[in-house]
Design a protein around this ligand. Structure first.
Ligand SMILES: [Zn+2]
Length: 271
């Protein structure tokens, strides 16, 4: 059994602020350690449930957060960026299950440290009329390879966002959002024990969880935080500007759609 883990940081217990998540934050190294320990707990759970291969993709910010010397010996780790599939780099048809660890709610919803790929640039991502954040899009990338996303870990709003899209998904709620930069957290030990247990139960019922797919063809409306970002990104010929701060484009294939979204965000980020 092969298990893929995408490891973000905002949904890790104890992480609540830019001082944790930003590479120059004073608490960043502590947050990296907490993230690494939650990943290790997930790896332990996967091994106990019978996984024979585990691939972990570091999917936060610079994507160079996991602390190599502290990592569990029995998995492999993708560290660094850029990567074509970004937070889901490494997933393919050979995997039996995907786990979104340390994930967070989308921009515009309540939830600790919520955003959608870029808090500075992206206001909303609508695909075929439905709003999606990182949880929905990352699960749909796995789904494009017929891999079910079986577990999301993070705050209660991240769990609710996942459950709305994937009704039978397992969740591990390691903290309760109080507001965008305040949470009531489990201790690291309790959080890691919960994650390990939920990885085991999710893998045991993985046959009941269908791969999450967004059916094509795809019409995407990407709204930016302000019109200047739309001005910067409209160099990509595929887009039509439907309002000063919103682009629309169409595509037939989900992975191509995702790559266009990433391209637009990168172009917008250049200003
Ligand atoms: Zn992140």
């Amino acid at each position: 059994m092969k298990v893929f883990i995408s490891a973000d940081m905002e949904g890790v217990a104890g992480v609540v602020h830019q001082e944790h998540t930003g590479r120059d934050g004073r608490e960043h190294d502590r947050a990296r350690r907490l993230m690494t320990e939650e990943v290790n707990a997930a790896v332990e759970g996967a091994l106990e449930a019978g996984a024979t291969e585990i691939l972990v993709n570091d999917s936060h910010g610079t994507m160079r957060n996991l602390i190599p010397e502290l990592l569990h010996s029995e998995a492999e780790y993708i560290i660094g960026s850029p990567k074509l599939l970004a937070m889901m780099q490494g997933v393919d048809e050979s995997f039996d299950a995907a786990i979104l660890l340390g994930h967070h709610a989308r921009m515009g919803q309540p939830g600790i440290l919520n955003h959608s790929f870029s808090g500075r640039v992206v206001r909303n991502i609508k695909i075929n009329g439905v709003d999606y954040g990182e949880i929905g899009i990352n699960a749909a990338i796995a789904g494009a390879f017929d891999v079910p996303t079986i577990l999301v870990t993070g705050c209660q709003y991240a769990g609710a966002e996942a459950a709305e899209l994937i009704p039978s998904i397992e969740t591990a709620i390691v903290k309760k959002t109080v507001n965008r930069i305040t949470a009531q957290n489990l201790s690291p030990a309790k959080s890691q024990a919960l994650i390990k247990g939920r990885v085991i139960s999710a893998l045991e019922k993985r046959g009941e969880i269908k791969p999450f797919k967004i059916e094509g063809p795809y019409t995407v409306e990407l709204s930016y935080v302000h019109a200047g970002f739309a001005d910067a990104a409209e160099v990509l010929p595929i887009v039509e500007k439907i309002s000063p701060d919103t682009h629309r484009f169409q595509s037939d294939d989900f992975i191509t759609t995702f790559r266009y979204i990433r391209s637009l965000i990168s172009l917008a980020s250049s200003i």
